[in-house]
Design a binder for this molecule. Structure first.
Ligand SMILES: Nc1ncnc2c1ncn2[C@@H]1O[C@H](COP(=O)(O)OP(=O)(O)O)[C@@H](O)[C@H]1O
Ligand SMILES: O=C(O)C1=C[C@@H](OP(=O)(O)O)[C@@H](O)[C@H](O)C1
Ligand SMILES: [Mg+2]
Length: 170
């Protein structure tokens, strides 16, 4: 949360002229309700079920030519990780806890951070999730101390380099 997935994903899709999906927005549109409402009525488990359904349906229907920003918890289910590995070039946007805290502090839209100690929550989530992000990631990009446009350019460069290397090798 607060790594910049939604912001950077949209910028990248514009640069590449590809469709953009934000999985949280897809979940909200499908549910006809926002994420805080889903967490309140259905709990985190209900949200995770909706998240997997939305991811699977995009992976099935998409032509493979789009940019998808997921929510930060997407890696918690092995089936989601499998879908990502099989269908996508996955970019892990790394942000320090301090940056995550700063970037998420103005929003009340993330139910998991509506606690007395969001910093401790972010730290716990990072410990569990960082190895999982690394497990599914094709590329890892550091986002601290960088403007969103500059992060987007860094991602675009890394993707181009990666695709060029793949072509050279095969
Ligand atoms: N590289 C960055 N530098 C500074 N602020 C950023 C950066 N990336 C995103 N932000 C800001 O942080 C907030 C959270 O970004 P967002 O894209 O919603 O993150 P995520 O989808 O990963 O939770 C937004 O207000 C966004 O404008
Ligand atoms: O990390 C998480 O578990 C979540 C991250 C959120 O998305 P962002 O990572 O875009 O904030 C959203 O999917 C939900 O609040 C749960
Ligand atoms: Mg987001």
């Amino acid at each position: 949360m607060g790594a910049g997935k939604t912001t950077i994903g949209r910028l990248i899709s514009q640069s590449l002229g590809k469709d953009f999906y934000d999985l949280d927005k897809v979940i909200e549109d499908n549910a006809g309700a926002d994420i805080p409402w889903i967490f309140e009525r259905e709990g985190e488990d209900g949200f995770r079920k909706r998240e997997t359904q939305a991811l699977a349906s995009i992976a099935q229907s998409d032509t493979g030519d789009s940019v998808l920003a997921t929510g930060g918890g997407i890696v918690m289910r092995e089936e989601n990780r499998e879908i990502l590995r099989d269908n996508a070039l996955v970019v892990y946007l790394y942000a320090s806890i301090a940056q995550q805290l700063y970037r998420t502090s103005k929003s009340t839209h993330r139910p998991l951070l509506q606690t007395g100690d969001p910093k401790a929550t972010l730290k716990k989530l990072f410990e569990v999730r960082d190895p999982l992000y690394r497990d599914v990631a094709t590329l890892i990009i550091e986002t601290d101390a960088r403007h969103p446009r500059s992060v987007a350019n860094k991602v675009l460069d890394a993707i181009k380099r990666h695709l060029k290397e793949e072509t050279t090798v095969s």
